[in-house]
Ligand binder design. Structure first.
Ligand SMILES: C[S@@+](CC[C@H](N)C(=O)[O-])C[C@H]1O[C@@H](n2cnc3c(N)ncnc32)[C@H](O)[C@@H]1O
Length: 371
């Protein structure tokens, strides 16, 4: 058992290092959280495809507000809106029929931004190693480091207790029942996060559940050559259906992840979804969230007539998208009884060097813990 555990840790550290090196080698871009390529000289703007931590000027803010005002000045009549909610599953299923697995890219930033996806021992060792590599360039202040260590100890102590509690109290048999660490990805699509995770958790005792309400997306996940039923269980599930049950008991998950998923859901349903999902987290378990932020380029380029309600739009294919603020994200998770670990706006400047145009991108990245 001990030997197996050390092997797993070694393998995870190796995977983490490999990922971290791969990120570092993409254009020499250092692997710091939310990126670290800072535009200091405006003349350099077309030298890279993306600049990180971009500050908006007052003019940028005013222009963005104006564009959003304009494109939401005509809203789709209420009586025509219902289908975008009731038929959301069909719209997404058709999306996957059209695009198969060719639309979204693998989420390469996954372990760098969300090291919580790795089981605790491997996570702390691999993260330490990664931080050691970067410390020279991005030193943490003493208080940041202490806070991080305290958070890490607190989380792991809770999780261990709950894992034992769950195994003792759960009489029912379920996939991943004997796992020491359980992750759920909701709205997993065709598996752009699933397969990097599966690759990393083999031989660690961890188990990944992944669901989507599109049967086609789930079939594509299951048909993938890297799908491995011994560490992963993919299933069709609509997270808006309150009565739909999950194939694991409440309080059995260490991590829940929603990446560009909650934005697809009607804003009035979001709180119910987060409340419901949170009941499946263990105490100390973490909800990881990444999604579109308010005034992202993709919001501002909507034409008039696609708006459903404030900051909520439908695309030409019938799928919907909401654009969050930091405060809304905070309310969503804290109203569900979770505590903030991180709630950030990831503001970048994307550059099309061929066309010499720039786009302001805004994404939200948040982590909330169940106390
Ligand atoms: C923008 S895609 C993101 C896919 C994936 N998370 C990724 O990062 O590549 C949104 C996904 O959420 C799924 N989705 C939307 N509403 C859902 C719901 N109510 N229940 C389950 N999945 C849903 C869609 O089918 C789609 O696969």
């Amino acid at each position: 058992m001990h030997k197996l555990r050390s092997l797993s840790v070694a393998r995870l550290a190796e995977v983490f290092n490999r990922l971290s090196k791969r990120l570092k080698s993409t254009g020499g871009r250092p692997a710091a959280p939310l990126g670290s390529r800072i535009l200091t000289n405006h003349d350099d703007i077309f030298k890279h495809n993306m600049w990180d931590h971009v500050q908006w000027t007052e003019e940028d803010k005013e222009n963005a507000w104006q564009k959003a005002q304009e494109n939401s000045s005509v809203q789709i009549p209420l009586k025509e809106q219902g289908k975008f909610d009731t038929e959301a599953c069909q719209y997404w299923d058709t999306f996957y029929e059209t695009h198969q697995d060719k639309f979204f890219k693998d989420r390469k930033w996954l372990f760098l931004e969300f090291p919580e996806l790795l089981p605790s021992d491997a996570q702390s060792r691999a993260t330490n190693r990664c931080q050691d590599d970067e410390r020279a360039e991005y030193p943490l202040s003493g208080s940041d480091r202490d806070a991080r260590q305290q958070h890490s100890c607190h989380t792991h102590r809770h999780r261990k207790t709950d894992a034992t509690d769950c195994q003792e109290s759960c009489q029912m048999s379920f996939p991943g029942q004997h796992a020491s660490f359980r992750i759920l990805e909701v709205g997993c699509g065709v598996g752009n996060s699933v397969f990097p995770i599966v690759d990393s958790i083999k031989e660690t005792g961890a188990f990944l559940y992944c669901c989507d309400f599109s049967p086609r997306a789930i079939q594509l996940v299951k048909d993938h050559p890297d799908y491995d039923g011994s560490v992963c269980h993919a299933f069709v599930h609509d997270i808006c259906k309150e009565m739909a049950s999950f194939p694991f008991p409440p309080q059995s998950l260490d991590v829940i992840m929603a990446v560009f998923v909650l934005s697809s859901i009607h804003p009035e349903r979001m709180q119910g979804v987060v409340n419901q999902l949170s009941t499946y987290l263990k105490h100390g378990g973490i909800f990881l969230f990444r999604d579109y932020g308010r005034y992202d380029f993709s919001q501002l380029r909507f034409k008039k007539g696609r708006c459903l309600s404030e900051n909520f739009y439908t695309r030409g294919d019938g799928t919907c998208v909401y654009f969050f603020t930091k405060e809304e994200v905070h309310d969503l998770f804290s109203n569900a009884g979770l505590e903030e670990i991180q709630n950030l706006e990831d503001r970048r400047l994307q550059v099309n060097r061929g066309k010499r145009v720039t786009m302001h991108r805004v994404w939200m990245q948040s982590k909330y813990r169940k106390p």
